[in-house]
Design a protein around this ligand. Structure first.
Ligand code: PGA
Length: 260
């Protein structure tokens, strides 16, 4: 795992955008997209470069979201389908039929996980997966206790996550209890994982994920099993990392040819 402690949220956004753009320029055809607040500065950076005409071509790129709420009316602005279109894919000019997410239609829930896994496989798998981390260590909506080998399925959110996400809704009561989420085993199949962590609320979870034991009690610790993980974090999110000085030295001494 490559952990890169950076000086600011803006620097996380710039490097995050560099990683995504380098992959697209290098032929990556499938992007995995996280929602939530953390990736937004990176997405704005990508959009800004695209509008300035200095981004890569997104022609042919397909996108898969990590997860989706269950129980929201179709087209709800906080559904992840609507969110990712608004925050990234529409401004990048990626048409809706190339942006995929788990299908929360109540009638199809029993098969929604399998169908999403099949769609991911048919697309050839995710080249770069953007990830955030929950304050409880969740990855996508895999809450503590999730199988480290899990695949896309229906999950129930913890109270902590519902409270964290209540800011996007009118009240806590409006936050759905159920979600469809890629499993931890699904996420591990992506070829490159890009974890973004910013803000003091992520410090404990990030330290547990990166330096703690591999355990379902901290789902993001499953990243330790993946051969190509890049963690970009700001000073407040990095505050709990015991080896952060070492990570800085490693990054400073990194051969230019390696890239991220
Ligand atoms: P956030 O959520 O980026 O809104 O903090 C991250 C997550 O829940 O995975």
């Amino acid at each position: 795992m490559e952990v890169v402690p950076l000086a600011s949220v803006e620097e996380v956004a710039r490097l995050g955008a560099d990683v995504v753009e380098a992959a697209v320029r290098g032929g990556a055809g499938v992007l995995g997209l996280a929602t939530g607040s953390t990736p937004l500065p990176t997405y704005r950076e990508l959009i800004g470069r695209h509008l300035d005409g200095i981004g890569p071509s997104y022609d042919g790129v397909r996108c898969f979201t990590l997860d989706e709420y269950v129980g929201l009316p179709a087209g709800h602005p906080e559904s992840y389908r609507a969110t990712i279109a608004r925050e990234l894919t529409d401004p990048l000019g990626i048409p809706a039929d190339r942006v995929h997410g788990p299908d929360p239609d109540p009638a199809g829930l029993p098969t929604a996980g399998e169908r999403y896994e099949a769609a991911l496989r048919a697309a050839g798998g995710v080249d770069v997966q953007v990830l955030g981390i929950g304050s409880d260590g969740h990855l996508a909506f895999n809450e503590p206790g999730s199988s480290l080998a899990s695949l896309t399925r229906l999950k129930t959110l913890t109270e902590e996550t519902r409270r964290d996400n209540a800011r996007f809704f009118g009240s806590l009561d409006e936050v759905p209890r159920h979600v469809l989420t890629q499993g931890l085993g699904t996420i591990l199949r992506s070829r490159h994982l890009l974890l973004l962590a910013t803000g003091p609320g992520k410090a404990a979870a990030l330290a547990a994920a990166v330096e703690g034991p591999l355990t379902a009690s901290c789902p993001a610790s499953v990243l330790q099993l993946h051969p190509h993980v890049t963690v970009l974090c700001d000073p407040s999110a990095a505050a709990g990392l015991e080896r952060r000085d070492h990570y800085r030295e490693v990054y400073a001494a990194k051969p230019a040819w390696q890239g991220l």
